[in-house]
Design a protein around this ligand. Sequence first.
Ligand SMILES: O=P(O)(O)O[C@H]1O[C@H](CO)[C@@H](O)[C@H]1O
Ligand SMILES: Nc1nc2[nH]cnc2c(=O)[nH]1
Length: 315
Amino acid sequence: MSHPPPESPLSLIASTLDVLATILPSHLLKPQVGIVCGSGLSTLASTFRDKVEVPYSSLRGFGSSTVPGHKSALAFGLVGPGKGVPVVAMLGRFHAYEGHALSTVVYPIRVMARLGVKNLIVTNAAGSLNPELPVGTIVVIQDHLALPNLTGLNPLLGPLLSPSYPRFLPISSAYSPSLRRLAFIASHHLSLPPSALSEGIYAWVSGPTYESPAEGRFLRNAGASVVGMSTVPEVCVAKEEGMEVMVLSLVTNFVVIPEKYRSIKEEVQAELDGKPLHIAEAESVSHEEVLAIGKEKGEVMTRLVEKIIELIPSP
Ligand SMILES: O=P(O)(O)O[C@H]1O[C@H](CO)[C@@H](O)[C@H]1O
Ligand SMILES: Nc1nc2[nH]cnc2c(=O)[nH]1
C-alpha cells in the first residue's frame, strides 16, 4: 500500500492562513507587528482593542503550549491611539523541551511572516548570570550565545522552505539596532527609571533542567548575561523570513553560581573537631518564582511593548 506524500510545509502554512482568513475581520488580518509572549507574559495582549483570540487547536501546524504560564492561542488586535496598529501575539510559545520539533517551535513565526508581520517583538523570562542585572530588570538583547545552534540543533537545519532563502544565513546583526533604540526611547517616554532597562546577551539552552552551578559559571564566563530555554529558534527563523527582530528578556531569577562549593570533606572534619560549620540553605530556582515575577512586571512590560509599537514607523 502506498502512502500519500507528506504535506509540504508551505501547503500547511497556506491552510492555516485560509482558516485565519475565515475567522478574522479584515482590519485585523494584516498585522504589522508580531509579539511572542514569554512565560507568565500573556498579559502583553491584555490591552489589545477589537481582540480576537484563535486557539492553536483550530490551526493546523500549531502545537499546544504545555507549560504553565503559556496559553495556547493567538491574539489579534489593535494597539495604540487612533486607528491603532494591527498586531498578532502568540499568547504561549512552544519549547523544544516539551517534545516539539524545532519546525513546530518556529511554525507560528512563518505564519506571522506570511500574514505580513515585518517587526517581531520576542519576550521571555530568563535567569540572570550577572549581579548587575537584578530580578525585575528588562534586558534588551544585543546578541545570543546558542549552544544548540553550534552543536547540531540549529532551527534552520534541513531543506530550505523557499529557494529564495539564503542557505547560510548571517545573523551577526539579528537584533535590530533600530528596534532596540525604540525600546530605550519608549522607556524614556514612559518615565521608567534608567535601571529598568538594560542590555545584554541571551544564552539559549535546551532545558528543561535549570543550570547547574558549573553550567551557570560556564555561560557567564562565555559572555552571556541571561539564560533561557527559548527565543533563539524564533529569532533565527524571523531573520530568515526577513523580519526586524527585538528581544526583551525579563530577569525572573538569579542563576545560582556560588563562589565556593560546599565541601562535605570540610564539614565532616569540622564535626569531628567538635566545631560544626553553619551551612546556609542551598538556593534553587522554580518556575512558580519565574511566573510570579512575570505577573509582577506584566503591567510595565505591557506598557513598554505598546509604546515601542506606537513608535515603529508605519510602512
Ligand atoms: O523562555 P520562556 O518561554 O519565557 O520561559 C522560560 O521559563 C521557563 C523556565 O521557568 C523556560 O521555558 C524558560 O525558557
Ligand atoms: N535556563 C533557564 N531558563 C530560565 N527561565 C527563567 N529562569 C531561567 C533560568 O534560570 N535558567
